[in-house]
Write a protein that binds this ligand. Structure first.
Ligand code: 5GP
Length: 185
């Protein structure tokens, strides 16, 4: 099996990207997951430099101006999120597999900059299940939930743009399928 160097994983809010990626990293410590920069505030338990680089809107804009972002997007119409280019290029140069967990618009930018990357869409088993997961995790208020569900509807319609669709019906099963697609051993 060949190893895809750069893999982009996208999928709607609350589909379980965070859980799946954490399980994937635990099983395959050689996989490098890019740490994004964001202007949103940390949630309880989130650490700067681990889950995200939490930066001010001004810091974010100067990263864009310096050309330091491989891609970036305004997500859910609210906060900016982006992939710092340096660590990705360094890992790829060292021959390490790299995973980006980003939104649809970011995935489209990477598609045009790095056509050799592999694009995987993580999908929920059903729309009802996605709503249940978003409301059940309780990290967003009703207004933010609505905003995220609106984005999710648009993202789900774009699933066919991706090279592969993985259904997150069971975390361990989805992790196994992803590992095979990425070529992890
Ligand atoms: P959350 O606020 O729940 O951590 O993330 C919200 C969304 O931002 C997720 O759907 C995630 O895929 C997206 N996201 C996280 N990091 C990046 C990034 O670096 N670039 C882009 N384009 N989207 C990102």
């Amino acid at each position: 099996m060949t190893q895809a160097q750069l893999t982009v994983l996208a999928g709607p809010t609350a589909v379980g990207k965070g859980t799946v990626v954490a399980a994937l990293c635990k099983r395959y410590p050689n996989l490098k997951v890019s740490v994004s920069a964001t202007t949103r505030n940390p949630r309880p338990g989130e650490l700067n430099g681990v889950h995200y680089y939490f930066v001010s809107p001004e810091q974010f804009d100067s990263m864009i101006e310096r050309g330091d972002m491989l891609e970036w997007a305004l997500v859910h119409g609210k906060n900016k999120y982006g992939t710092p280019r340096g660590p990705v290029d360094e890992a790829l140069a060292a021959g390490e597999p790299v995973l980006l967990e980003i939104d649809l618009s970011g995935a489209r930018q990477v598609r045009s900059n790095r056509p050799d990357a592999q694009f995987i869409f993580l999908a929920p088993p059903s729309w009802d299940e996605l709503e249940r997961r978003l409301i059940g995790r309780g990290t967003e208020g009703p207004e933010e939930q609505e905003r995220r569900l609106a984005t999710a509807r648009i993202e789900l319609e774009a699933a066919s743009e991706f090279d592969h669709i993985v259904i997150n019906d069971d975390v361990e099963r989805a992790v196994g399928e992803l590992a095979a697609l990425i070529g992890l051993e």
